[in-house]
Design a binder for this molecule. Sequence first.
Ligand code: NI
Length: 166
Amino acid sequence: MGILEIRTFPDKVLKVRAEEVKDINGEIARLAEDMLETMYNAPGIGLAAPQVGKSLRVIVFDISHKEGEKRPYILINPVVTATEGSEVMEEGCLSVPGVYAHVKRAAKVEVKGYDLDGKEVTLQAEGLLARVIQHEVDHLDGILFIDRLSRIRREMIKKRLLREKG
Ligand code: NI
């Protein structure tokens, strides 16, 4: 177990489509456990493998831990299979530190993926959970939440981030 370095904008690994996991083996299990530890340590409520420099389709999330009880999810090769409605909610991202913005996404989603035993998992989610799932699946496609804002807003934020990076 270990805490991994979180990659931040404009790291290129955040912009590429991550690869499917072909073999859910011990290495993937270790990666997922390290991602959870890294996420809790940050602290955050979701993390995708590209954020720790691994271009693989693995996401972890837990929206409950802030209330004291951990309820971690690990999804390998997640695919959003259905969406319903839309909702605007404020988001942030560990890879875009200090930036928060309102993003429009589906209000409800169904997502399918695999757990660490290679068993297919289907989740129906709404509210914050639906939001986190969509945000993390976006990471696997090289999309940051700021990419979902208007062009003007996005360019302003990117300029500011690049300036802060020096
Ligand atoms: Ni993020």
